[in-house]
Design a protein. Sequence first.
Length: 114
Amino acid sequence: MPPRGVKKGTKRARQCEKIKRSASRRAASTSRAKQVAARTVNKNRARSGESRTKSRSSTRGSSPQRRGGQPSDTNRQKGQTKEQLYNQAKRLKRQGRSSMNKGQLQQAVAAKSR
């Protein structure tokens, strides 16, 4: 069953079925396969102007097929969280850790680790 707005027998309906088969071959559950197929088809419809509404993120960037399951690029800082740094400082018995911010905790942990 294709997502809403997609008629049976159309290119998008065939695309949806192909994606569902592919997902089920990768051992995804039926409901997960349907979700992936619906999202991919709806994004392709928005990119090609077939849907009434489209989000900005749907029309920018590479197509879902080209991305091929790659994770999205994030601009977040990599590394330990403040909570993880706090617990590490606690194990190292660092005084004053409750009033420290993340940068200070990083410095305290680095100084004690050496």
